[in-house]
Design a protein around this ligand. Structure first.
Ligand code: ZN
Ligand code: ZN
Ligand code: ZN
Length: 375
């Protein structure tokens, strides 16, 4: 089930994104956006340099002018092949020249620019030195919702990535867990994600027994035993868009308490999902899920936000967290992933990617949410 490849994005698609970004930047009072190689550049232009290096590559976007891509001469031929290139003016620079002077000539000193979060400090400091009166703000801080609302073509990719992750879960629940190391099951998961069409695996968490109580435990040498709860949380990119899902399985028959905590997290996940509708605040999703866990007396054991956005990366705005009052808008995609973590004992997390529709939420993951028993 690798599925058919989606219809590729066109130069017009990228041009529309660049226009929208430049307009939003101007509306936010910025002189422009400076975008380094990374997810923002891929989303805006389709260009991903083969390797991100100390050589400056920078997209300069401003509302009143044509987008310019500053690029090292040796990488210019690749950049010209990017789908979004027709809308870009390329300015290349050769080794030995000062790329910051070249970029500075395109910027307005005294201006305030939004900079992609992953731009190297080396480059930002270089620009600052060339233009001492400019100031900078992180792109995520200035325009947190720039990539948050997905169009139909993006939703199709995210749904396909979700279906592929679900297919991986359907396979992994049938493999042997007891007696194997977490790292071996994690390797199985990575292979399955690739088999179902992922080009990139970002994480394959296999957290067994007490390791499950650490939400950031990846996978280690621990041998999984009968009686363990095992948190599985895995995802990556398929056709450029992300998957991210969690299920918590049990090796053999669970205890009454394990069942109760699992049911509680499932109920919290359901409550978070039901809070998804246009106009609700992001924090309402967090509150709905958290209330279920707090009411059951486990509030201190739910130690992270309820969710994060997903798109060309597996973690991005919007965040489902207390204090995030921005409204949900149809087309947004994010995780709903409450958990309960009992130190030294076990953890449970259940996660689906959900997209906002006109009349509520639609899940992009749909495997069994009840307790699954494995061997
Ligand atoms: Zn157990
Ligand atoms: Zn996850
Ligand atoms: Zn997640």
């Amino acid at each position: 089930m690798t599925g058919t490849a989606p219809v590729p994005f066109t130069a017009d698609d990228y041009k529309a994104r660049m226009d929208r970004a430049a307009r939003q930047a101007a509306d936010a009072g910025l002189a422009g956006l400076l975008v380094a190689p990374g997810p923002d550049l891929v989303w805006l232009t389709g260009y991903a340099p083969p390797a991100v290096t100390e050589r400056l590559t920078l997209l300069v976007l401003a509302a009143d002018r044509e987008p310019v891509l500053v690029v090292p001469t040796l990488e210019a031929p690749d950049a010209e092949k990017a789908t979004g290139a027709p809308a870009l003016a390329l300015r290349d620079w050769t080794d030995g020249k000062d790329p910051y002077a070249l970029a500075a000539a395109l910027l307005d000193d005294r201006g305030r620019f939004g900079v992609s979060d992953n731009a190297w400090a080396l480059h930002l400091l270089g620009l600052q030195q060339a233009l001492p009166d400019t100031s900078y703000v992180s792109l995520t801080e200035a325009l947190p919702m720039l990539r948050a609302v997905k169009d139909a073509a993006e939703l199709e990719r995210l749904a396909a990535a979700g279906a592929a992750a679900d297919a991986a879960f359907e396979e992994i629940r049938n493999v042997r867990f007891s007696g194997r190391r977490e790292s071996e099951v994690a390797a199985d998961l990575a292979a399955l994600l690739r088999r179902f069409g992922h080009s990139q695996v970002d994480f394959t968490i296999v957290a067994s027994g007490p390791n499950g109580a650490d939400p950031h435990h990846e996978a280690g040498d621990r041998r999984i035993e009968r009686g363990d709860m095992v948190v599985l949380d895995f995802g990556g990119l398929r056709d450029g868009y992300g998957s991210d899902t969690s299920r918590t399985v049990h090796v053999g028959e669970p205890t009454e308490e394990e069942r109760r905590v699992h049911d509680l997290v499932r109920e919290a996940q359901e409550a978070g999902f039901r809070a998804v509708r246009p106009g609700a605040a992001c924090q309402d999703v967090d509150r709905a899920a958290r209330a279920v866990i707090a009411d059951a007396g486990y509030g201190d054991h739910f130690i992270h936000r309820t969710g994060h956005g997903i798109g060309v990366t597996t973690h991005e705005p919007p965040y489902m967290i207390e204090g995030e009052e921005r409204p949900l808008v149809p087309g947004m995609c994010f995780s709903v992933e409450p958990g309960v973590y009992l130190p030294g004992r076990f953890g449970v997390r259940i996660e689906d990617i959900v997209t906002v529709t006109e009349d509520g939420g639609r899940r992009l993951n749909d495997t069994e949410r009840g307790m699954v028993m494995v061997d």
